[in-house]
Design a protein around this ligand. Structure first.
Ligand code: ADP
Ligand code: MG
Length: 243
């Protein structure tokens, strides 16, 4: 078995006196789609922020390709291959589509390679190519989500972390975004760790999944196993006896 691309082990996170994560462990293999499920305030975003280096764990380790990155800065993590699509697909609204994409390459220096990747994004996302000089804030919700994906890819990641990529989108757009995630995974060979409130939808495209409840991993398994598990629904709603 190949070693995991990303590995979290024994992660404890506190906000002041309040514990948000307790002994969280998970892994993502190269090219895998892994779904992180859980109800409101279960610690999904905190887990993502810990992976990106935006939150410092009090205990535990984060490893990328076996190397300990627990204390590595966010820009260095991005250079090492981790990218993120932030909550609510935040794009720079006043900046053009092209400027947003170039911002995704801010940790890189080779201008010729960056220009080639920009062309590649426009070939992969024709709708963005048509709107390249438009301010990103004028794009539709689905187009902004696409831009957030393409911007993440501009750092040439091996892992993209997505926090609720379908939030606030219409059902039709949700389907499109999920199709897009599958396509990115196949086309760019990039592993995906995605947070999603809608378990059914997330597990329909994921290989594996984890369920968080009040800061702890309470279930994990293949997408098929989790879909079959009656406890998924329960854990999902946060009815784990602690809340
Ligand atoms: N910056 C913060 N300061 C204090 N508490 C926070 C902060 N961010 C999150 N929390 C708390 O940590 C817990 C987990 O939050 P979060 O990771 O955002 O959950 P989720 O993304 O699953 O909704 C919640 O109880 C939340 O109120
Ligand atoms: Mg969240």
């Amino acid at each position: 078995m190949s070693s995991p691309l990303l590995e979290l082990d024994g992660i404890d996170v506190f906000y002041g006196p309040a514990q948000a994560l307790e002994a969280v462990g998970l892994h993502v293999g190269p090219g895998e789609i892994v779904s992180l499920l859980g109800g409101n305030a279960s610690g999904k975003s905190t887990t993502m922020k810990t992976i990106l280096g935006l939150v410092r764990p009090r205990a535990g380790s984060v490893r990328l390709d076996g190397a300990d990155i627990t204390r590595t800065s966010t820009p260095r993590r991005i250079r090492a291959g981790i990218a993120s699509v932030p909550e609510a697909r935040r794009v720079f609204g006043q900046m053009t589509v092209t400027e947003n994409l170039l911002a995704g390459a801010y940790t890189r220096h080779n201008r010729r390679e960056i220009a080639a990747d920009l062309d590649r994004m426009y070939a992969q996302f024709p709708r963005l190519a048509q709107r390249r000089r438009q301010a990103a804030g004028t794009l539709s919700g689905g187009e902004q989500q696409m831009l957030a994906f393409a911007r993440a890819l501009m750092s040439r990641p091996r892992l993209i972390c997505m926090d609720e990529p379908t939030m606030g989108l219409s059902p039709l757009l949700v389907d499109q975004v999920l199709d897009e995630i599958v396509r990115l995974n196949a086309e760019f060979g990039v592993a995906v760790l995605m947070v999603e409130q809608q378990a059914q939808l997330a597990l329909s495209i994921a290989h594996r999944g984890y369920v968080l409840a009040t800061g702890r991993i309470v279930l994990s398994g293949t997408a098929a196993d989790l879909l079959d598990d009656p406890a998924v629904q329960e854990a999902y709603l946060g009815r784990d006896g602690r809340s």
